[in-house]
Design a protein around this ligand. Structure first.
Ligand SMILES: NC(=O)c1ccc[n+]([C@@H]2O[C@H](COP(=O)([O-])OP(=O)(O)OC[C@H]3O[C@@H](n4cnc5c(N)ncnc54)[C@H](O)[C@@H]3O)[C@@H](O)[C@H]2O)c1
Length: 354
């Protein structure tokens, strides 16, 4: 008989946002910060990046209860040069520090053409693409880097050292969709293993090794082992690059010393690196956008290999998912909804009704 806890229910994005907002506020987060965090999480859910959306709430709230993530901290910003700023996250939510950093990067870029913000003492900020979208909403190109806790061996190594730290960037276009690359340097993001575990699913055997260094399709065993880097030494090098720019440069933890989301012993001390760039630095904006539209047409109009029905642009599949989910709602399993409702009950917030 089918397990009812794996049945899917669709939740309206507005209802989900209100629900997540209220859990956050009941956990001591200000309404201003709760608005930022709930919006970022629901954006991930809408784009189909379910691994980095609202389902992360139980693990974030647990960190608040363990006193290793501050719900009330207010990050500070120091202007280093006209185009460079440093944010000290003060152990606030990564969403809050990164949102503040990107807002400042955009302000600097609109005056000087470029704005660079380094962020230290921060936390996990979920899906990088919400920061790319923040820049796109202001008409800006962007680079979004972060480091993260050890999950991936360096090439030739066998134990976790680097994070599965995503590299993201974006650029606006005219009538074509914007360019949005957001990718972890592993074959799959670690969150996809947690999602498979929650949903009782198996994982492909090229994603991870178990604790003994053997291939596995069992998500629980994979979580005891290591993620496999994409492209061998190249994926490993990209993970190190994220650590150089986000960890070493900012003054945050690095070299395998970022604390994991499920380790209650101390604050995560994640670092981020954000750049906003004005797209009309070297030509008029319309010309730039026309060139982006042309690039899009060339990419998606490329000759297709056998068996391929359609070529997609980076970020396009997520945009299609977003449009669909805005209408149909966001799919959650009954077990995922119950886990979220458990968090609501713990703090006296209203349950999500389905
Ligand atoms: N904050 C953190 O510490 C952290 C760590 C790991 C991952 N993440 C997040 O996890 C998410 C998932 O990462 P991922 O690497 O599994 O993403 P993914 O493999 O699903 O996608 C990677 C990129 O490839 C593009 N893409 C995918 N399929 C495509 C296709 N058929 N044609 C053209 N382009 C395609 C996507 O648009 C995306 O830009 C990201 O949002 C990332 O930011 C966050």
């Amino acid at each position: 008989m089918a397990d009812a806890s794996h049945e899917i229910r669709h939740i309206k994005p507005a209802d989900l946002t209100t629900f997540i907002h209220s859990i956050l506020v009941k956990n001591g987060v200000s309404t201003e910060h709760a608005t930022i965090i709930s919006s970022c999480l629901v954006q991930a859910d809408l784009r189909g990046v379910d691994t980095h959306g609202s389902n992360r709430i139980p693990s974030y709230m647990k960190r608040i209860r363990q006193n290793v993530l501050s719900p009330t901290a207010i990050p500070t910003l120091t202007q280093q040069t006209p185009v460079v700023a440093l944010v000290d996250g003060k152990n606030a939510f990564g969403f809050v520090s990164a949102h503040m950093g990107m807002a400042r990067a955009i302000e600097m870029a609109s005056v000087y053409g470029i704005g660079l913000v380094s962020i230290k003492h921060s936390n996990h900020f979920g899906m990088s693409a919400w920061l790319v979208q923040q820049a796109l909403d202001a008409g800006m190109m962007s680079l979004v880097f972060t480091n993260s806790s050890p999950a991936l061996p360096v090439w030739g190594g066998k134990s976790k050292l680097m994070g599965v730290s995503p590299i993201a960037c974006g650029a606006p276009a005219g009538t074509a969709p914007p360019f949005i690359l957001d990718m972890a340097p592993s074959i799959a993001a670690r969150g996809k293993i947690y999602k498979a575990l929650r949903r009782g699913e198996k994982i492909p055997t090229d994603w991870a090794l178990d604790g003994e260094g053997n291939i596995t399709d069992d998500p629980a065993k994979a979580l005891e082992g290591v993620m496999l880097p994409m492209g061998g030494p190249k994926g490993s090098a990209l993970a190190i690059m994220m650590d150089v720019f986000s960890g070493v440069l900012s003054g945050s933890a690095f070299a395998g010393e970022v604390t994991g989301p499920y380790d209650p012993s101390k604050a995560a001390d994640v670092g981020h690196f954000l750049v906003a760039i004005k797209p009309d630095l070297f030509m008029g904006l319309e010309e730039f956008k026309g060139r982006m539209d042309y690039l899009y047409q060339r990419v998606v109009g490329s000759d297709k290999m056998g068996g391929v029905e359609r070529i997609y642009y980076p970020g396009e599949i997520e945009q299609i998912t977003r449009k669909k989910r805005e209408v149909e709602g966001i799919p959650f399993t009954v077990a995922e909804i119950e886990a979220l409702n458990g968090e609501a009950e713990m703090v006296g917030a209203e349950r999500l009704r389905v």
